[in-house]
Unconditional design. Structure first.
Lengths: 497, 439
């Protein structure tokens, strides 16, 4: 479907709902995707696909909601979905649902967002993309034959249109692309894998990689590191001064902090009190800032909320103090925060939830670091910089955690866990490597432990946010590395039985 | 005209009389799902909140796999076109052709074989979808009435019913109805229970599940003594399932074994290497009536059959899709649907109530944080499990927070590992000796 067609569809569904004495939000989405996966020099899969669909969220005059969706866009589907959603909304009212009238206060928005991609979807034929990905995959296999390599490339284009009873009509296009190398290495009878990626909006990602091979070098460095990790010793569990890379810092900001300031979570958030965000609470040392907002060209870019509001860039923590949350139209007021257009959904078939886009954690106190071409050179540079600035603690391990493998948090209790690919002790000039181990603790303690940044900001750490059972692209970052003091509420590791 | 019929026409024509010779197909396969679902949720003690409203979903989509006359393949996701363009499918075919790639091992469409009779549809769910969904709303009301007064409850119930169509150029034409019922609830987002099968939960099952979760929630309100180095760890069935998802499914996937990306090599399967304790077997069983992992035929047209992956601790076979089977030199096997359809059997398995009585010093782990971040190939884990339940002298005595460190493959190999049957879940409790510390 084209942008004009999708707008026409949404207008026609809104017209069906005109007689309804309530409020309706119509979301239509058309998505195209090309993906391919290569394994050990052969194509495992090349797939094309598209899907389109419609979601109708209806509210009774009293504020009870019902929802109906379909991907069968045949004649009369709009009417059917409007009727279903209204019927369910009335039944919801009858069972004593919590009523919500906030949508009536949403500002009217009429905007058409331009497609920000440099190479529009389909401009580079699929056969050419296949050739480029095969070239990159083959080069990597030749350069690091000891590894078992899988390469994947995925590009998608999502076209959205959101219309509302108040005349709001917002349509926009989100392009995204990612190239990934996954390597498995073995040593000493043990196996480790590593996964790295390069993301952007479109096939430009491939052209850039063909030109500079940045991802290839990273893949080789990470595979080499993984090989050392295979036979590395385990770290005794404990509380250590830490240096975390920006991927882990993104994880900390996203999992351990961002979710706790989303407006629908305030009743169960460690940063909420009696359902309200604890604005004014000191959560970190002075000089620590956390910002969330869409960045053009980024994996998680989304300029409008899935409720048809403009997405704002929000400073959540300024100078160590909690100053704002991520609020959507439905729960921001109740959570004591401003509506920031934070509602995002996986697709037309999902209810939007308040979510992050690109979240970055920045510190005023930054030590300069010139990025190195190779991983271990950079680790040496980290050690030298820390020594030069008197930041290495005598007689204790200073552990550099590399490679974000994901994490999880319980926003109610403030417990978090993260996993990395491996650990290096930079206090030792031999730079000994240790097995990855759990990095866990309390989120407020982890924030309080941040004492500085190393290097300029890097915001391209990507992931998929699984909140509410949906899968929505997320991203973010920090300085190239973050420095954290040892804290009794933040620990590394456990011991085998 | 239904999607499956449109696709059949298109692919049959492209095989027999294509518009262009380069669009000639030598073989093809179609999978289409048609489904309708109704759901209702609870958020923060409120039924049908703005984030969990009663919902209706309709879906008709699928995928095609094509083998062109030159032997190359294409795969595509498909949906009914949104407008009346007579050239629509022809344009799609051209794009699929453009996306073709060489994969000789995949270019094989199995011949039809007799299908087993497997019960995968509960007509009561069809009635909910088409006539009366009051039962779902009643259940939500009942939960909210009966819940512990101080608990903040979240929950969801979903009933789904639909058709599954499989067509192949070798003559397989199968359409059958299937249903699904999934319900879950939790208190304070700390403790919960769930049910997922192809049939409705019956009142006794609902009652027993509710009692178990409420009792555990009440135990959670009491602080318990911390764990010691000799404390046994008991993985609740949902935790066992999570461990399977992280460590078993990827390492028993045929493509990963063949490509050297599994914990186990092809040779280790051929040599029947002992990897689990001899009392443990692991199988895929898609024939069990009304289980979520049950089906009649795979998406590739292979009839459902039981497959033993590990017998008496020894590797037998990974699960093999058609392409993997060609490369392996064996028949395709049964397939798990995620973790559904996977069954672990311990020869000395006992009911959970009996096993609990025998635990002198243990901790029941209901959930962990960060399991999905663990290295699947190594089997190693390092996890935090806040809000676990302490067991002393056969009784659950309260809550404790622990950290687990170990290796799941080592756990399954250890002679000290035992299993206990759950009344609500097809996965067992696993009683293991692993690294456990106070969090």
């Amino acid at each position: 479907m084209k942008q004009k067609e999708i707008q026409t569809l949404v207008r026609s569904v809104l017209a069906e709902a005109q007689v309804f004495d309530g409020y309706v939000i119509v979301r239509a989405q058309s998505r195209r995707e090309w993906s391919m996966r290569l394994s050990n020099g052969r194509f495992e899969r090349v797939a094309t696909g598209w899907d389109s669909g419609l979601g109708v969220q209806a509210f009774t005059r009293a504020g009870a909601a019902g929802f109906a969706t379909s991907d069968v866009l045949e004649e009369g589907v709009g009417r059917k979905l409007v009727e279903k959603a209204i019927q369910l909304a009335h039944r919801n009212e009858a069972i004593g649902a919590k009523l919500n009238l906030q949508i009536w206060d949403a500002p009217q928005v009429k905007e058409v967002g331009a497609n920000p991609s440099q190479k529009v979807f389909g401009e580079i034929p699929l056969s050419e993309l296949e050739e480029m990905v095969m070239t990159l995959h083959s080069r990597l296999r030749e350069a690091f034959p000891e590894g078992v390599w899988q390469t994947s490339y995925r590009q998608a284009e999502e076209m959205w249109c959101i219309g509302r009873t108040d005349g709001t009509l917002v349509s926009f296009v989100i392009p995204r692309a990612v190239l990934m190398h996954q390597g498995t290495v073995r040593d000493n009878g043990k196996a480790q894998s590593t996964l790295i990626h390069r993301s952007g909006m479109d096939a430009t990602v491939l052209f850039e990689e063909i030109a500079d091979h940045v991802l290839e070098r990273k893949a080789m460095d990470r595979a080499e590191f993984a090989r050392f990790v295979c036979s590395a010793p385990q770290l005794p569990s404990g509380h250590y001064p830490l240096i975390i890379d920006y991927g882990l810092a993104k994880g900390l900001a996203h999992e351990a902090f961002g979710h706790a300031v989303e407006s629908d979570h305030m009743n169960e958030s460690v940063l909420g009190e009696e359902g309200k965000l604890r604005i004014g609470l000191r959560v970190a040392r002075p000089g620590v800032n956390i910002i969330d907002g869409p960045l053009i060209g980024d994996w998680a870019h989304q300029p409008y909320s899935s409720n048809g509001l403009i997405r704002q860039t929000v400073t959540i923590v300024r100078d160590g103090v909690l100053v704002a949350g991520l609020g959507d139209i439905f729960s921001a007021e109740e959570a004591g925060m401003t509506v920031t257009g934070a509602g995002r959904a996986e697709s037309y078939g999902h209810i939007p939830l308040p979510r992050m886009s690109n979240i970055r954690l920045l510190v005023d106190r930054m030590l300069p670091l010139i990025p190195s071409e190779h991983l271990m050179d950079e680790v040496k540079a980290v050690r030298e910089t820390l020594l030069r600035h008197g930041e290495l603690r005598e007689g204790e391990k200073n552990l550099l955690l590399l490679g974000y493998r994901g994490g999880q948090v319980n926003p109610k209790t403030g417990d978090f866990v993260f996993q990395c690919e491996g650990i290096i002790d930079v206090s030792d000039s031999n730079l000994p490597i240790y097995q990855p181990t759990i990095f866990s603790g309390k989120i407020l303690s982890a924030l309080e432990a941040i004492r500085g940044g190393l290097g300029e900001g890097c915001y391209d750490a990507i992931g998929t946010c699984g909140k509410g059972g949906q899968s929505v692209p997320s991203s973010g970052g920090s300085h190239r590395y973050l420095l954290m003091d040892a804290d009794q509420q933040v620990s590394l590791g456990g011991e085998h039985g | 005209m239904k999607l499956v019929a449109q696709l059949e026409d298109l692919l049959y024509q492209s095989q027999q009389a294509p518009k262009k010779e380069n669009l000639r197909l030598s073989a093809w396969r179609i999978l289409v799902h048609e489904s309708e679902a109704v759901s209702v949720g609870i958020k923060d003690n409120s039924p049908g909140s703005v984030y969990t409203p009663p919902s209706y979903r309709q879906n008709e989509s699928g995928e095609v796999f094509l083998v062109w006359a030159d032997g190359t393949c294409s795969q595509a996701m498909v949906q009914l076109p949104s407008h009346n363009d007579p050239e629509y499918w022809y344009k799609e075919l051209e794009q699929w052709r453009q996306a073709s790639y060489e994969d000789p091992d995949a270019a094989h469409i199995p011949s039809p074989k007799p299908l087993p009779l497997v019960e995968v549809e509960d007509r009561a769910i069809h009635t909910i979808i088409t006539e009366n969904d009051e039962i779902l709303f009643d259940q939500v009301k009942c939960w909210l009435t009966d819940k512990p007064s101080k608990a903040k409850m979240q929950g969801s119930i979903q009933a789904a019913w639909g058709y599954r169509h499989i067509r192949t150029s070798t003559g397989l034409t199968v359409t059958y109805q299937q249903s699904q019922f999934v319900s879950w609830f939790s208190f304070d987002s700390l403790i919960g229970g769930g049910f997922a099968k192809r049939r409705l939960i019956n009142p006794q099952e609902q009652k027993d599940l509710w009692s178990q979760v409420v009792n555990r929630y009440e135990s959670m309100q009491m602080e318990a003594p911390t764990v010691g180095p000799m404390t046994q760890v008991i993985l609740a069935p949902s935790m066992t399932e999570d461990m399977f998802r992280q460590f078993i499914v990827p390492n028993f996937s045929g493509d990963r074994v063949i490509e050297g990306q599994s914990a186990f090599s092809k040779e280790s399967f051929l040599e029947h290497t002992l990897v689990f304790h001899p009392q443990i077997s692991l199988s895929i069983d898609p024939l069990r009536p009304l289980e979520l992992g049950s089906y009649l035929v795979t998406a590739e047209g292979v009839p459902a059959e039981r497959t033993v992956l590990v017998r008496d601790g020894q590797l037998q076979t990974p699960f093999l899709r058609v392409k993997d089977a060609v490369r392996w030199g064996a028949k395709p096997t049964g397939l798990p649907q995620g973790t559904a359809g996977l069954y672990l059997k311990h020869q000395a398995e006992v009911p959970w109530a009996n096993a609990l009585q025998g635990v002198e010093d243990g901790v029941l782990v209901l959930s962990v944080l960060g399991l999905h971040t663990q290295e699947a190939v190594s089997g190693s884990y390092s996890l935090s499990a806040p809000h676990s339940l302490r067991i002393l002298k056969g009784q659950i005595v309260g809550r404790t927070d622990v950290k687990l460190t170990g290796n799941f493959f080592a756990d399954l190999l250890a002679p000290t590992t035992k299993a206990a049957r759950s009344d609500f879940n097809t996965h067992p409790y696993l009683i293991i000796t692993t690294g456990v510390q106070t969090l």
